[in-house]
Design a protein around this ligand. Structure first.
Ligand SMILES: *[C@@H]1O[C@H](CO)[C@@H](O)[C@H](O)[C@H]1NC(C)=O
Ligand SMILES: *[C@@H]1O[C@H](CO)[C@@H](O)[C@H](O)[C@H]1NC(C)=O
Length: 307
C-alpha cells in the first residue's frame, strides 16, 4: 500500500515537472517578447508605422521609450557600444522650457523582466545596469557632452521633454557640435516644421561610429564620428521657397575636427569654438548612401521614400 502510494507520488511529480518545464518555456518566451524584440508597441513614431530598414546586427536592441505610463519615442540601442544607433520621434515644438535634467536609465536592458519604464539614476547604481548601458560616471571628465539624439526642444509637453533625458537617447558629443552647428541645425528643422510642414514630421536621428580605431569614453561608451538626421513631412506648403527642403531632407554633422573632409567639409572661416564641427545638409538619398557604405547595411530610412 505504502509502496503504491510512493509510486503514485513519483508519477505525479514526473508529470508535474513536465508541465512546469513546458510552462516555463512558454512563459519565458512570452516574457522575452514583452521587452522589445521589435518596435511593435511604439510604431506610431515611425512614418507609415514602418521603422527604418537595413539596421540589422546582433546586439541592436529596440526600445520603446516609456515614461510616466506613456510612450514618447523609439530608440534602437547598440548593446556593445552602449549608445543608441538612432532615435525616432514625431517633432512637436516645445510648449515650455527645457526641463531641469533628471537623467534616467533603462531597467529592461539590465533585467529582461524589469518594469518597461525608464528610471532616474539613484546614488548607487546596480552592477547589472552598469554592465548593460552607459551611466553618468562614463561622461564625467570625458571631455564630451551628453548629446541628445531626440532633443528635448523638439518635444511638445513637459513629460515628452523629460523623457528625452534617458542615456539610451544620448551619445558622447563634443561641445563644439552640441552647442554649435548641430544645435543650429536642430533649430532650423524646428523652423521648417513651423513654417512649411502642414502635417506630422517624422524624424530619425542617429550617430555614426568611426570605421576603425578605438574611440570610447571610459573604455565603455563609443564616441560617434558623425551625427546624422533625416526628416519626413509628406504634407507641406509647396508654394513657399523653403519647400525645396520637403518632403524630406537630411544632414550629417562632424563630431571630430580631425576627421577627413570627404563626408562633411570644414568651413575654414568658422569661429574657433565651433571650428571643425560643421554640418552638411543633404538629400535623404545621399545620407542613406553614406550610411549604407559605412555600416555595410542597405539602409532605407522612410517607407516608400516618404511619398
Ligand atoms: C580632457 O581635455 C583636457 C584638456 O585638453 C586634457 O588634459 C585631458 O586629458 C582630457 N581628458 C580626457 C579624459 O580625455
Ligand atoms: C502657403 O503659403 C502661401 C504663401 O505664403 C500662403 O499664402 C498660403 O496660405 C499657405 N498655404 C497653407 C495651406 O498654409
Amino acid at each position: 500500500m505504502a509502496k503504491r502510494r510512493e509510486m503514485m507520488s513519483f508519477r505525479m511529480s514526473v508529470l508535474f515537472s513536465g508541465i512546469l518545464i513546458v510552462f516555463l518555456h512558454r512563459f519565458g518566451g512570452l516574457v522575452r517578447g514583452e521587452v522589445g524584440q521589435d518596435f511593435s508597441k511604439c510604431l506610431d513614431f515611425f512614418f507609415e508605422r514602418t521603422p527604418p530598414k537595413g539596421f540589422d546586427a546582433a546586439g541592436y536592441q529596440p526600445i520603446c521609450q516609456r515614461y510616466k505610463n506613456q510612450y514618447h519615442f523609439a530608440s534602437l540601442y547598440h548593446r556593445q557600444h552602449r549608445v543608441p544607433v538612432y532615435s525616432a520621434y514625431i517633432l512637436r515644438p516645445a510648449d515650455g522650457k527645457r526641463p531641469s535634467s533628471t537623467w534616467m536609465y533603462e531597467p529592461q536592458l539590465a533585467f529582461s523582466r524589469a518594469d518597461p519604464e525608464m528610471k532616474p539614476f539613484r546614488s548607487t547604481v546596480d552592477q547589472n545596469v552598469i554592465e548593460s548601458q552607459a551611466v553618468l560616471e562614463d561622461y564625467k571628465k570625458s571631455n564630451y557632452t551628453r548629446g541628445h539624439l531626440n532633443p528635448s526642444m523638439h518635444q511638445g509637453t513637459k513629460e515628452n521633454r523629460e523623457a528625452t533625458f534617458t542615456l539610451t537617447n544620448i551619445v558622447p558629443q563634443r561641445a563644439g557640435s552640441n552647442s554649435g552647428p548641430w544645435n543650429k541645425f536642430e533649430n532650423e528643422v524646428l523652423k521648417r516644421f513651423k513654417n512649411v510642414c502642414r502635417g506630422q514630421m517624422f524624424v530619425v536621428t542617429g550617430a555614426l561610429p568611426y570605421v576603425s580605431g578605438t574611440h570610447w569614453i571610459n573604455n565603455r561608451v563609443v564616441i560617434p564620428e558623425y551625427m546624422w538626421s533625416a526628416y519626413c513631412c509628406p504634407s507641406y506648403n509647396a508654394s513657399l521657397s523653403a519647400s525645396v527642403f520637403f518632403p524630406t531632407y537630411a544632414a550629417m554633422g562632424r563630431n571630430d575636427p580631425n576627421s577627413e573632409e570627404d563626408i562633411v567639409p570644414i568651413n575654414v572661416k568658422a569661429k574657433r569654438s565651433v571650428w571643425g564641427y560643421d554640418v552638411r545638409q543633404m538629400s535623404v538619398e545621399a545620407l542613406e548612401g553614406i550610411l549604407t557604405k559605412r555600416l555595410a547595411m542597405p539602409i532605407s530610412l522612410f517607407h516608400d521614400h516618404c511619398q
